[in-house]
Design a protein around this ligand. Sequence first.
Ligand code: SAH
Ligand code: SF4
Ligand code: F3S
Length: 448
Amino acid sequence: MSKKIYIETYGCQMNFSDSEIVASVMTSHDAKVTDAPENADVILLNTCSIRDNAERRVVNRLRALQHLRKRRPGLLIGVLGCMAERLKEDLLEEKTLGLRVDLVAGPDAYRQLPELMADAETGQKAINVMLSADETYADISPVRYTPGGVSAFISIMRGCENFCAYCVVPFTRGKERSRDPRSILAEARRLLADGFREVTLLGQNVNSYRWKEDDSGKVTGFSELLGEVASVDPRLRIRFATSHPKDMSDELLHQMARHPNICKAIHLPLQSGSSEVLKRMNRKYTREDYLERIAAIKRILPGCGLSTDIIAGFCGETEEEFGETMDVMDQAGFDFAFMFKYSERPGTLAAKKYADDVPEAVKTRRLTSIIDKQQALSLESNRSDIGKTMEVLTEGRSKRSDRMMMGRTSHNKVVVFPDQGFKPGDYVQVKITACSAATLKGEAVKSH
Ligand code: SAH
Ligand code: SF4
Ligand code: F3S
């Protein structure tokens, strides 16, 4: 009888994409995916270690799931992803978290899940946290969460070797490696044939993608790959995340300008606006370098959507250094930002080298300041869109109202508009009439 597997995903888009690989590996081994944990034979949490609170959420969830063991003897609970990689066999020791975990698999071990599960069933230690220099799961066809959906992820490279001082990812995801472009193009074509209209190319450092052919020595860089994926079909929109400022070349910006179906939106994590803090963070660019990249984006791609990640209260951050972050936010005029308080991660360069010395209350105050500023910037950016007509790719119904549809512009802004018989996947021209800081509202003017 086939086993029922329940998968729950935490963390970044890459983890969500990996869960589709996990579903594929499992379903090709006579398992079925269920969306109800209480009916599952195996519960897998695909976890994130990026900040302490991300790990705490997972531990709380693991604790809450333990009672299901009473109802379902033989139930297996497994931890996948970055926490599996960070904590390794400690997770199998009941005393580490004060609860039982039956199976542990790191991000490069998903092909071994069926064997690990068989081991766990016989009560053996089931663990594989080997990182690989070449695993890209290129030949595995992901099982999509949203069959018949509009937008899908394609993971194109894995791992990170940048070692930003605060970051756990190089330890949990291993060496940087890119996937064969032919398998990426084949996946894009398959998604188009299945009705998808948007793909997001994913990587921890997506723009450092680099593939070298063994025989000819031909190199495909990220801009070339982007051009090839964009040429699959003009109806297929292309996005990508996340870019590192050091690899955000003019060539890439020109490639984006050449192809109308490459979305005009760039997520470019700033982290800090102070060159001194950036140096301690080991980010390999200065405040001036970052601002120069923003200027290049505005020059080559006028009106391009811009979003970022910012950390408040990194080790040694002074009031003045924090002020420089606020200043870069104003100069760049981000449309959107993910903002975090610094959270020390064991084993990272920062944990070894610097004291986590910004008091919690100061971190909180600085975080509130950047959130307030971003709210104002987002509102200003959305207000400037009122009166414009924009192409929106319809994703589905608005969560708030059944009579409204929602979709996104090329610039990655969410637009809500009245339903006039539109279907997910339709491109609709919408005239923007109102906004909040988070969404645009409008009316369809014509569709095709
Ligand atoms: N690869 C991407 C993002 C990785 S994690 C990049 O290079 O930018 C996503 C975001 O989490 C980071 O951009 C950073 O802003 C934040 N982050 C990472 N480690 C953190 C930590 N220890 N504390 C707080 N925020 C962190
Ligand atoms: Fe972490 Fe830096 Fe790598 Fe991004 S580039 S994943 S922040 S180490
Ligand atoms: Fe989290 Fe790992 Fe992604 S730490 S952000 S799930 S790479």
